[in-house]
Write a protein that binds this ligand. Sequence first.
Ligand code: ADP
Ligand code: MG
Length: 240
Amino acid sequence: MEELLRRAEKLRTVGQLAAGVAHEIRNPLTTLRGFLQLQQRARTVNDTHTDIMLSELERINMIVSEFLILAKPQAVQFEIKDVRYTVGDVISLLDSEAHLHNIVFEHHFSTSPLLVHCEENQLKQVFINVLKNAMEAMPGGGRIKLQVADHDEHHIAIRFIDEGEGISKERLDKLGEPFYTSKEKGTGLGLMISQRIIEGHKGMFEIDSELGKGTTVTITLPRIKEAQEPVATTTGEEIA
Ligand code: ADP
Ligand code: MG
């Protein structure tokens, strides 16, 4: 037990240190990007090289940003929310991008409220990560089913079902490991962060997949039976 505590403490210290470093990397990064963009506009150097440098900088920036979310203890504020609206917001956010790639979202939302105790922005981040992965797995377009429903007496479930390339058994075991990515422009941090956030909500994050068929991500969260305060101003029908 003591050993566990010591390890947790050590991890926290390393995390804080790394978050500090990540933060410090950001400023010079912004400067570099600014000057590169100037050069690009002035066309004083080879354009292809500038493009590559800019896109590599963007990659560093993405890794640092995702890392900061993970490592930095943010001021988290848990509130009671109807998770149907949280998922609904994320769908609206990604709808036009999906449309652009011939992807349609098909929703199956419970008609009664599904209340959870959550830090809504963190949950949104998880849903965005999962949906983006689903979209990226379907370069030819297709359908992504979203189910938001009762799971059991004490939990609700959110399911993202895609018709994408799927994940092989060997790769499935590696998922959630930091920096594991199969994408040229991936960071391999999205799933790890998502899993951490769901753990922080006392929920479960599961991935089922079949190569060539598609992937299903199931997130379960503890359910709150009654609202202590009004959470939604619109009715369930509008987003169903
Ligand atoms: P990234 O998207 O930056 O690669 P993630 O942590 O979000 O990082 O995902 C890690 C890897 O998991 C992806 O590179 C991909 O190989 C695999 N993956 C995640 N979601 C899906 C999905 N819906 N379909 C197929 N592969 C997936
Ligand atoms: Mg991702």
